[in-house]
Every structure is written in structure tokens, then in C-alpha cells.
Design a protein around this ligand. Structure first.
Ligand code: MRU
Length: 352
């Protein structure tokens, strides 16, 4: 057990032929890495929320594919292919909402299919190189979108965020928190209001921790305090991440985001959504078609082993909600800022 330190957050890292991931279930009390050597174990890590956040899940899945290839690099061709197919399947079944998972798996599959003529060991090496590239690209992307988004924040802005779209949710820098970090790097005095984010507490446990580590002023509130803060004029902007943007600009993000967006509109506060292009899913027409994960009841009836609700009570636990495009002031991507996103503007953005 190692206490958290002030070092740069390395959410995922490749070490001695294995994937290591910070166990985000136990932060901030403990900073511990868990080690992974197969697609199946990585899929379990994603499902159990050891790693979470759309881009980080995509990176983990890419490494999961590479690990499966490395594990079977000396196997005969048919056995290697069977293991790989199964690896892709278990990873794709881990969590349904973040499209970055499927985007990364598609990239890995295309790479794999292009290598059919090579021996398994060469395929494994190339797949690992591709996973490293997806990881490195995510950091570059977040830096680029961070700079675009930073321009939207005024010096002195008090920025409310929901869930954790930080370094812990990506390969590094973050999306929503990347915008905040870039603004701070540009010399702006930014303070953060972090929604606690029931039921998994990503805001209280992860966003607050990231900001405290870096000395960026942060104030933690429970989710039901956001309206009060806005009504008192204490919020200048909202910046959140997203797990999937539909072709019409509807945005799926952590449960509670929709509530924040409605409140922001009521109070005339800009509501910004930051994400890489890989989070935009032009195959899904609108938010109603985005698959929404339902997580276990015990996340709502209590937290970890502390269960406080009456045993046997009926529970709903949708992990995400959809904010309609009309409530989104702007979408911030590595290609730039799209104000009032809709199908036409997203199609233009996708064309580059
Ligand atoms: O359930 P989680 O913790 O994976 O949900 C994460 C979020 O909702 C994030 O806001 C989203 O993935 C964007 S992360 C850059």
C-alpha cells in the first residue's frame, strides 16, 4: 500500500511486458497499481472500474488486445486467431456506453487484419506498437483540445465540473480537466467546483484529488448543491467530458450531467463539453439510441461495504444520462470548438 504522492498521474503504464493501471476504486486513500497480462483480465478491470473514463477505457482495451497477442505469440495460427477473436469479444462486452472502447477495438482489429500474412509474434509486436500509439495520441489530443477550450475560460473563472474527466479518465492531461489545466498553464486563475458525483463519487474521490495534487483551487460540493451555487452567482462556466456524442450533438455523460445542463441554462451559464473526435459517434442518430449502462444496485444502496438502504428495496442505477444538444453551448475537440453542435456542424467537423 503506497500513499498518494504529488507525482504526475500515470493512469496506465506499460511495464515489463504487462499493463499496469491505477486502481481507481481505492483512490484517494491508496495509490496502488494492478498488473494485467490478458484481454480477459483487462476486460474485468474495465467492468469493475479499476480504470474508467472513456479515453482511458479505450487505451486499456487497446493494450488488452496487445496483451492477448503477446500471450499467444508462439501458438499455431488457428489457435492464435481464436484467442484474438475471443479477446476482442470479451473487451467489447466490458462496458457499453463509452464509444472510445469500440473505436480503439476497431483500430486494433483493422491493424490485426492487415497483418494476416505475418507470423503471430510479428503481429503481436505491431499490435503493441499500435496500442502505444493510441495512448500517445490521446495525450496529444487532450493537449490540443485543452488549448482550444482554455480560450473559452476567462481569467478568474469559477468552473463547475461533474464526474472525472481528468488525467485519470484518459492517458493524461484530461478532457474537461485538460481544458482547466491548459487555462491554468496559460496563466489564468481558475478555480474548480467539483460535483461529488453520486453514486461512484468520481468527483469527490478523483477530480478533487487530481486538483489538490496540482494545487489548482477546488471546492467540493454534493450534486444537489449545484443549483444553489449557480443561483448565488458562484459558477461562471460548466465544463464536462462525455462518453459518446450522437450525430445530432446529444451528449451522454455521467448520470447527473443532464441536471447540471438544465440548471446552467436556467442561470445563463455556458455549458461546455470537451472530448476527442473519437468520442463522436456519427453512426448513432441521437441520444435516445446511445446504450446506457445500468450498474449494480449496491452502488446506490450504499458505498463499498457500507450499505445503508433497506434490504430488498427496488433500485435503478443508470450510469449515464443524455444532455440534449440544445443545452450544449459548445463542443471542444482537438479540431477546434463547435458552438451549438448539431448534425450539420458535426458532419463538417468530421470531414475536418
Ligand atoms: O463511469 P465512468 O467513471 O467511466 O464515467 C466517466 C465519465 O462519465 C466521464 O465524464 C467521461 O467518460 C469522459 S472522460 C474524459
Amino acid at each position: 500500500m503506497t500513499p498518494p504522492s504529488a507525482t504526475r498521474v500515470e493512469t496506465l503504464r506499460w511495464s515489463a511486458g504487462r499493463l499496469e493501471m491505477i486502481d481507481q476504486r481505492v483512490l484517494p486513500a491508496q495509490l496502488r497499481y494492478l498488473s494485467y497480462d490478458s484481454a480477459e483480465s483487462v476486460a474485468t478491470g474495465i467492468r469493475d472500474m479499476v480504470v474508467r473514463g472513456a479515453p482511458a477505457i479505450g487505451c486499456a482495451a487497446a493494450y488488452g488486445v496487445a496483451l492477448e497477442a503477446l500471450r499467444h505469440r508462439h501458438a499455431p495460427g488457428t489457435e492464435f486467431s481464436r484467442a484474438m477473436q475471443r479477446g476482442f469479444e470479451v473487451l467489447a462486452a466490458s462496458r457499453p456506453t463509452a464509444v472510445n472502447l469500440f473505436w480503439a477495438l476497431r483500430r486494433m482489429r483493422l491493424q490485426w487484419e492487415s497483418l494476416a500474412a505475418y507470423p503471430a509474434s510479428a503481429q503481436a509486436d505491431a499490435l503493441l506498437a499500435q496500442a502505444h500509439e493510441i495512448f500517445a495520441e490521446d495525450i496529444r489530443t487532450n493537449r490540443a483540445l485543452g488549448e482550444h477550450g482554455a480560450a473559452l475560460l476567462a481569467d478568474g473563472a469559477r468552473v463547475l465540473t461533474h464526474c472525472n474527466a481528468g488525467a485519470l479518465a484518459t492517458a493524461g492531461h484530461g478532457t474537461a480537466l485538460g481544458v482547466i489545466r491548459s487555462a491554468v498553464e496559460a496563466g489564468k486563475r481558475i478555480s474548480v467546483i467539483a460535483d461529488e458525483t453520486r453514486p461512484f463519487l468520481q468527483g469527490a474521490r478523483l477530480t478533487a484529488w487530481e486538483m489538490v495534487q496540482e494545487g489548482i483551487p477546488v471546492t467540493l460540493i454534493t450534486d444537489n448543491m449545484a443549483g444553489f451555487m449557480m443561483s448565488r452567482g458562484e459558477v461562471d462556466a460548466v465544463v464536462v467530458g462525455t462518453d459518446r456524442v450522437a450525430a445530432n450533438g446529444d451528449v451522454a455523460n455521467k448520470i447527473g450531467t443532464y441536471m447540471v445542463a438544465v440548471l446552467a441554462r436556467r442561470h445563463g451559464i455556458p455549458f461546455y463539453v470537451a472530448c476527442p473526435m473519437s468520442t463522436i459517434d456519427m453512426q448513432v442518430a441521437d441520444g435516445a439510441a446511445i446504450p446506457i449502462e445500468e450498474r449494480p444496485a449496491r452502488e446506490v444502496t450504499g458505498f463499498r461495504d457500507d450499505q445503508w438502504a433497506a434490504a430488498g428495496v427496488a433500485v435503478r442505477n443508470p450510469s449515464f444520462d443524455v444532455t440534449p444538444a440544445e443545452l450544449v453551448t459548445a463542443l471542444v475537440t482537438e479540431r477546434g470548438v463547435v458552438h451549438r453542435p448539431d448534425r450539420e456542424r458535426l458532419e463538417a467537423l468530421a470531414r475536418g
